[in-house]
Design a protein around this ligand. Structure first.
Ligand code: SF4
Length: 259
């Protein structure tokens, strides 16, 4: 007798099953079509919610690569409310890569004092020195994630964030918030803390990206916002979640989805 396929294998199949998608590999056409539809529904609901509920944050009004990089460095393991106290002041003091590169380490430290994890400021300072080392103005950060990754202290998340948020390139990004949202919605069996599962989560993040970089900007911001405000590590506010109708991790003990 043929073994029965577990029910969840289809439901948990990675979404975004276009031909280019590594996440859709191995799906039969009917499952692939479902995954594509599911990813499209997720994107639509997420985008509509973000237009309505997304916070107006200063770095979201900017496309200056340097300002975006500063915001990303500050936001690592730090609350938005805390970063808001430092962000504008830091940029007033060091408005450009050149200004930061020319600063002395103690001046940079002074502006970072109170924000913690000083290694982030050191890395930022190193990036500024690195990209201005040949002279010539204005110094520019590269726009491609692969080139950004070659800069000191820039990992895959920050490279994706700068490429997407500053240059509106079609680039995926996965931080802890995004990994949690993607795992809960698309692949509840994956554990973002396991290296090989995280790779699969990155593949899903790439597969569900909208086609254009501009739409990708809003999509990535929305994913991060959902992980920060609704689908949080400690509490899941499933009742307020814009994608609850299709979510296999919905807390059904508290919330029911109609329709
Ligand atoms: S329904 Fe709940 S578990 Fe699913 S994505 Fe939304 S907040 Fe997270």
């Amino acid at each position: 007798m043929a073994a029965k396929r577990p029910k969840s294998s289809r439901r948990n199949a990675p979404a975004g099953g276009s031909r280019r998608s590594p996440a859709a590999g191995g799906l039969v056409p009917r499952d692939k079509a479902r995954a594509v539809l599911r990813a499209a529904g997720f994107r639509r609901s997420l985008a509509a919610w973000f237009r309505r509920a997304g916070r107006d944050l200063p770095w979201r009004r900017s496309r200056d690569p340097y300002a975006i990089l500063v915001s990303e460095a500050m936001l690592q393991q730090t609350q938005v409310s805390r970063v808001l106290e430092f962000y504008s002041r830091f940029l007033d003091e060091f408005p450009t890569l050149e200004a930061l590169a020319a600063a002395r380490p103690n001046q940079v430290r002074e502006q970072w004092e109170g924000l913690g994890y000083y290694a982030r400021a050191r890395n930022l300072h190193s990036v500024a020195k690195h990209v201005t080392r040949d002279g010539g103005a204005p110094a520019m950060l590269p726009s491609h994630p692969d080139a950004l990754r070659k800069l000191p202290g820039i990992g895959p998340y920050t490279a994706g964030a700068v490429a997407s948020f500053a240059f509106e390139r079609r680039a995926a990004l996965v931080d802890t918030n995004v990994a949690r949202v993607i795992a809960r919605f698309f692949a509840p069996r994956l554990n973002p803390k396991r290296g090989r599962d995280l790779k699969k989560i990155w593949a899903i993040a790439e597969a569900i990206l909208p086609r254009s970089g501009k739409a990708g900007w809003a999509h990535n911001q929305a994913l991060m916002e959902l992980g920060a405000l609704i689908c949080t590590a400690r509490v899941t506010r499933c009742g307020e979640c814009p994608v609850r109708a299709g979510c296999p991790s919905l807390d059904t003990t508290k919330y029911r989805v109609r329709g």
